[in-house]
Design a protein around this ligand. Structure first.
Ligand SMILES: [Zn+2]
Length: 204
């Protein structure tokens, strides 16, 4: 993305209800800076000062990711540990976790970045304003979506091997769990999936 309209670029509001407007500035456009400034003014008017400032901080972080603090890294590692453990015991390659923020959600979340073996990446959010159960549920869901992007059905349901469905993260009694979507049974707490080591993988 362009720095400030100097050499062209694309900018959009990519999340929430704001994705309807996008601006493309061509390289060398003499009016580029002015167009970008006008675009930002419209954006600020539409979404309000607070959301606009957050957008601009995120825009800056996309260009220059900010390394997490030592405390944030520790908290993120601790929070992710149960899901990383579940990935490991089920033979699913984990993502590369970059301990750096590329978006700004204020005090609501610790934001980091995860990458797959092909180098594609996406943001991950550790929510700080909910219960511990919700936080873990959310991380499990985000990593599951990441595995889905890698064309993997994860975690495979151990109750119905070969059925082709995955377990779904859910919250039961304020605890993050994996449940089978077919019968709604809780299979394990997130972080306690049974190991599939030694089990023959189905050859497609
Ligand atoms: Zn099942």
């Amino acid at each position: 993305m362009s720095a400030d309209g100097q050499d062209g670029g694309i900018e959009s509001l990519e999340s929430g209800p704001y994705h309807s407007e996008m601006i493309i500035i061509r390289k060398g456009d003499p009016d580029g800076e002015e167009k970008l400034r006008a675009f930002h003014e419209r954006m600020r008017a539409r979404i309000g000062d607070e959301a606009f400032e957050q957008h601009m901080r995120t825009r800056e972080l996309m260009k220059h990711p900010r390394e997490l603090t030592h405390d944030q890294k520790t908290r993120l590692r601790d929070a992710l540990a149960p899901v990383m453990r579940d990935l490991k015991v089920t033979g699913q390659a984990p993502p590369l976790i970059r301990e750096e923020s590329r978006e700004d959600l204020g005090d609501d979340a610790i934001c980091a970045w995860i990458e797959g073996p092909d180098g594609t990446g996406q943001g991950i959010r550790m929510w700080l304003n909910g219960s511990a159960g919700y936080q873990l549920y959310s991380l499990a869901e985000q990593l599951q979506e990441w595995t889905a992007d890698q064309w993997t059905t994860w975690p495979p349901c151990p109750i119905h091997p070969g059925a082709g469905h995955r377990l779904e993260p859910e919250i039961r009694d304020d605890e993050a769990v994996w449940l089978c979507p077919r019968d709604g049974e809780t299979v394990a707490a997130v972080g306690s999936l049974p190991s599939s080591r030694g089990r023959r993988r189905k050859v497609r």
